[in-house]
Design a protein around this ligand. Structure first.
Ligand code: AMP
Ligand code: GLY
Length: 430
């Protein structure tokens, strides 16, 4: 089977690495890919917003399956364009990707289906939003409706902060990557508890659990500083016990998949649920229509099943016909090395060396934001640069192995958190 993998971050390097282990794989292509992905795939410059160009590429290269890594092409309807051209896609349709692309859409679906989530109000103008604040306690959560490149959520501790966030959002103040900003916001009740990520594969009818993880979103140790795309993760997240996972599937994921199918917009792909483990049980924070980054990296390290078989079964609506995914009981942990300055303006071009030294002890280094210069030297291209990953019998063992590898890497312009896995390690060593 020839596969085109779309994306060029650490998530896609992990997917490429795992797909490359499959006997079902013919040739792997990636667009745009990165130097890590290039170890497993032929990389191409393809404009993903140019749907006819992507379709032409698939036809020219006898592509049997397109695997979409990031959310933007999904929300942009690339999956629909490819399917209309008769090409199999792992990733939801534009209508189904609204589960990530529109917070208001997801909240309304939850309300209709009785799915546990935070109480909310959708507002399309500033005056209504300011008036709606009176119905919420503090802190209160204010969210821009569309994809906002990670900047669309404000947790306001005071009414003045909430009013300021509302004013900013209706001014469309979410940077050049924001989609749909300024049009609508959602105000939400603040939920307390520990956050975990739960993944499920579905072809729109069959649902199979695909592992759990815990991300570390703040840039600094001890969960301090600004939010990022994720500074590290580990899997499984044992705080999501088998009983809680089953509850989340039964009460949150299954009714979502059913509601999407009943609406005539079945969801096909990976459904990534951000959950809050509240005193009343798991409640949905948000959905993503793709694998998490860096959560995908730790899932791929633990997956023992054939990824190509799973992704193609999802794309071809035959998930019920294959064995459910299996995972190693070991813990996998990944530490993100980012360029100095991230999540603000990162230093670009920093030299990276000794990945092979780091991997010699059994660790795996996924490349997220790297490029090779004219003399073939590996350099940092963006915010999150490397995902230094390891497995172990416990979170503590996986963490020690991952940091041992981090310390072997020469990346003077990089930094990382030193406390990935701290919540679970505190429980393990209690
Ligand atoms: P989101 O982009 O919706 O995942 O939100 C980003 C982060 O904001 C989440 O990971 C949570 O830490 C926090 N958050 C979002 N919604 C809520 C909520 N209703 N209550 C508490 N925290 C929230
Ligand atoms: N690491 C969080 C995300 O991928 O959205």
């Amino acid at each position: 089977m020839n596969i085109l993998l779309l994306g060029g971050g650490g998530r896609e390097h992990a997917l490429a690495w795992k797909m490359a282990q499959s006997p079902l794989l013919g040739k792997l292509h990636a667009a745009p890919g990165n130097p890590g992905i290039a170890g497993h795939a032929q990389c191409h410059a393809l404009e993903l917003t140019d749907h006819p160009a992507v379709i032409a590429f698939c036809n020219d290269n006898a592509i049997d399956l397109v695997v979409v890594g990031p959310e933007a092409p999904l929300v942009d309807g690339l999956g629909d364009s490819l399917r209309s051209a008769g090409i199999s896609v792992f990733g939801p349709s534009q209508a189904a990707a609204q589960l990530e692309g529109s917070k208001g859409f997801t909240k309304d679906l939850c309300a209709r289906a009785g799915i546990p989530t935070a109480g909310y109000v959708r507002c399309t103008n500033k005056a209504d939003a300011l008036a709606a604040l009176a119905g919420f306690g503090l802190p209160v959560v204010i969210k821009a409706d569309g994809l906002a490149a990670g900047k669309g959520v404000v947790i306001a501790d005071t009414a003045a902060d909430a009013r300021a966030a509302i004013t900013d959002m209706f001014a469309g103040d979410f940077g050049p990557n924001a989609v749909g900003h300024g049009a609508e916001i959602v105000i939400e009740e603040f939920m307390t508890g520990e956050e975990v990520s739960l993944f499920a594969l579905t072809d729109g009818a069959t649902i199979v659990a695909f592992g759990s993880a815990q991300d570390h979103k703040r840039v600094g140790d001890g969960d301090t500083g600004p939010n990022t795309g994720g500074m590290g993760a580990y899997s499984p997240a044992r705080v999501l016990t088998p009983a809680l996972e089953q509850e989340a599937i039964t009460r949150i994921i299954a009714p979502t998949v059913k509601a999407m199918a009943e609406a005539g917009t079945p969801y096909s792909g990976v459904l990534f649920a951000g959950l809050m483990l509240t005193p009343d049980g798991p409640r949905l924070i948000e959905y993503n229509a793709r694998f998490g980054d860096p959560e995908c990296q730790v899932l791929m390290l633990r997956l023992t099943s054939d990824l190509v078989e799973l992704l193609s079964a999802v794309a071809e609506n035959r998930l019920a016909a294959i064995a459910p995914p299996a995972f190693s009981p070991e813990t996998a942990l990944t530490v993100v090395m980012a360029a100095t300055g991230y999540p603000g303006t990162p230093v670009k071009g920093g030299m990276i060396a000794d990945i092979a030294v780091a991997e010699a002890g059994g660790a795996k280094v996924f490349q997220a934001g790297t490029f090779r210069d004219a003399t073939n030297v590996l350099r940092a291209s963006g915010g999150r640069v490397l995902n230094v990953s390891a497995t172990g019998a416990s979170v503590l063992a996986a963490r020690d192995a991952a940091y041992h590898a981090v310390d072997a890497i020469d990346f003077a312009d990089g930094f990382c958190r030193r406390d990935i896995g701290w919540r679970e390690i505190a429980r393990e060593t209690d």
